[in-house]
Design a protein around this ligand. Structure first.
Ligand SMILES: [Zn+2]
Ligand SMILES: [Zn+2]
Length: 617
């Protein structure tokens, strides 16, 4: 459920559907008035309004919206009646040919010839005729004239297929009353203002370069600061929780992914294999022989960590063994889905794998949940819920989707259920949402713009350790297979930073902010004093800088505010004389004058304790 969906009773949903459907016809009529001779594609109602596709003989832009809107309102005022006509297949084909609409003709012929429809429905309102199933309002007078708004112009392929012609799509919002429209538009604009692609550009956080490749973001210096601060937080929390860090390469032999079971299932999500000629393994029979090897960029870090587990003999005394890495992985996401930081093809994952005995699973899960909550608390994220995602024993395709071991599924789901009950946390259950190797807990975040997103997961794996031959010697002296817990509270840098940009609307708390303090002098004569403060702060690892000096103070304040720098220090004659600074915090109007020493102490505390707000005395 998103903020853009408005619930209501069935009747109002029906009314809304009719209004949106009818408005699509009204828009098409207005477009044909303004661009006579243009051709029509589809024009359906959608979740928050409607759109219509056209081949225009002269382009339309958002500048034409006022004129289009005026014409649409006029058509509404006319009270054109929607007249329905049901035509037999032959009549219908003749009718669409008359209409001179090649795309409607293609679609209509397909409905009749391929899908075997016995007839088609047409609707006429005023001079406009469309092939359409309806339903519509009685007359255009019933359409609320103040509750729709043209939204944007976009390109769209005919029938969504990139082999087809590109059409012009005009989107519009439509509701039953002005209040609903206004609320929706406001929420939309708020989401746009927080859009991570827009802010990512404005705040120089990341860029995508065609020569590097789609879905492979380049982190600019500002974005790299944010990444590293997140990494530092993760490393501290993990260190305290007994994790050990490892470092592993970005690729591995293809055969490894056959062993784990990721191939062939995940083949579509992986980059294709790279074949190299290599020498046979030292010690092999024909050591000098050249052999062909295939490698893959890794889509996940797990198998590499599993190999670290099995690199040494393990006993029950080594367990739980917790291996952590911000590991880079590559997934060949569909080009249509790739964009910004949310859907990428290269990503750094806040990964860790915990190897443990069955008896240790519960405590380890609890510790992971506690650590995740602590981390979210530091970040000021409190709007989340937990989902227990299990397998679906009824799924007819279950044998392909889940490891075939009903007993293990039941047992491990029961363990996770106990964990949640013992921690007394609220949760929902998600049937069929599990990974192929075991159940998981998802942290579902409710974003400020009303979306629900899975930010992180903790997964229990009862299958892959066995496939990879992992074992430890138990207290009974016998060999056992460990369980593995996969967890990534901070998801990938790419997804998580996108989420945080939106959450903070680009105004990161001081500890994460690319520039933590900017000094603004009232005149150049104060630059020397300010520069000394900057170098003092920098020597204490505070990211401070002097604002460019040729601007006026109000302009400097404006620029610092646009860059969403959390702390601006204003330096004028009084500050220099008194040995003070005047602090202006982002989002606040009031200023605080304090000694340089007090400011230094305050900012050091703010950063060290990762406070959301500046630690004022
Ligand atoms: Zn219609
Ligand atoms: Zn994993």
């Amino acid at each position: 459920m998103s903020a853009f969906e408005h619930s209501g009773d069935d009747q109002s949903q029906d009314d809304l559907y009719k209004v949106r459907h009818s408005l699509a016809h009204v828009l098409a009529q207005a477009v044909l008035e303004l661009r006579p001779g243009s051709t029509l594609g589809f024009g359906p109602p959608i979740a928050d309004g409607f759109y219509y596709d056209f081949i225009l003989n002269e382009p339309l832009t958002e500048e034409d919206f006022p004129e289009l809107t005026r014409r649409m309102k006029k058509i509404c005022k006319k009270g054109q009646r929607f007249d329905r006509e049901d035509l037999s297949a032959d009549e219908a084909l003749a009718r669409i040919e008359e209409m001179g609409e090649p795309y409607k003709q293609e679609y209509g012929a397909e409905l009749i010839e391929k899908n075997g429809l016995e007839g088609l429905t047409f609707y006429r309102n005023g001079p406009f005729l469309d092939m359409c199933e309806g339903p519509h309002v009685g007359t255009t007078k019933e359409i609320p004239r103040d509750a729709f708004k043209l939204r944007s112009v976009a390109g769209a392929y005919w029938r969504g297929n990139s082999d087809n012609v590109m059409m012009t799509r005009i989107y519009a919002w439509a509701f039953l009353d002005k209040e609903s429209l206004d609320a929706h538009v406001q929420a939309f604009e708020e989401a746009q203002a927080r859009d991570h692609k827009k802010l990512g550009r404005e705040l120089s956080i990341f860029t995508i370069d065609n020569d590097i490749g789609r879905g492979l973001p380049l982190w600019l210096p500002n974005g790299t600061v944010i990444r590293e601060e997140l990494e530092n937080l993760a490393k501290e929390l993990e260190f305290k929780a007994g994790f050990q860090r490892v470092a592993t390469p970005h690729l591995a032999k293809e055969s490894l992914y056959h062993t784990t079971g990721h191939l062939p299932y995940y083949a579509d999500d992986m980059y294709p294999s790279m074949e190299v000629m290599d020498q046979a393994e030292p010690g092999a029979e024909d050591e000098d022989r050249a052999v062909k090897e295939a490698y893959r960029l890794r889509p996940m870090n797990c198998p590499h960590h599993h190999k670290i587990f099995s690199a040494e003999p393990r006993s029950y005394r080594d367990l739980p063994l917790r291996l952590a890495e911000y590991g880079q992985v590559y997934r060949f996401e569909d080009s249509g889905a790739v964009g910004g930081l949310v859907r990428v093809r290269g990503m750094a994952m806040n990964d860790a794998h915990i190897y443990c005995t069955k008896e240790q699973i519960k405590d380890e899960f609890k510790a992971v949940i506690r650590m995740s909550r602590e981390a979210y608390d530091v970040l000021g994220l409190d709007e989340f819920s937990i989902r227990l995602s299990g397998w679906d024993p009824e799924d007819p395709k279950g044998k392909e989707k889940y490891v075939d071991n009903p007993g293990a599924w039941e047992e491990s789901e029961a363990i996770l259920l106990e964990v949640l009950q013992e921690l007394d946390v609220d949760f929902k259950e998600g049937v069929g949402e599990a990974a192929f190797y075991g159940p998981k807990l998802d942290f579902q975040f409710h974003t400020v713009t009303g979306r629900e997103e899975t930010v992180s997961t903790v997964q229990l794996d009862f299958a892959v350790p066995e496939r990879m031959g992992l074992k430890y010697i138990g207290s009974d002296g016998a060999e056992h297979v460990p369980y593995c817990i996969h967890r990534a509270p901070f998801s990938t840098h790419e997804r998580f930073v996108a989420f945080l940009i939106e959450h903070y609307a680009g105004a990161f708390p001081t500890w994460m902010a690319p520039v933590q303090v900017q000094l603004l002098t009232v005149g150049e004569q104060f630059d020397a004093y300010a520069s000394e403060i900057v170098s003092n702060l920098r020597s204490q690892m505070i990211r401070a800088e002097l604002a460019p000096s040729n601007d006026t103070l109000p302009k400097k304040i404006r620029q610092g505010t646009t860059q969403k720098i959390p702390n601006l220090l204003i330096i004028g004659e009084r500050e220099v004389e008194d040995g003070t600074v005047t602090l202006r915090r982002y989002g606040y109007k009031e200023q605080h004058t304090m000694s340089v020493a007090d400011f230094e102490a305050g900012i050091l505390t703010t950063v060290k304790e990762r406070r959301q707000e500046f630690a004022l005395e």
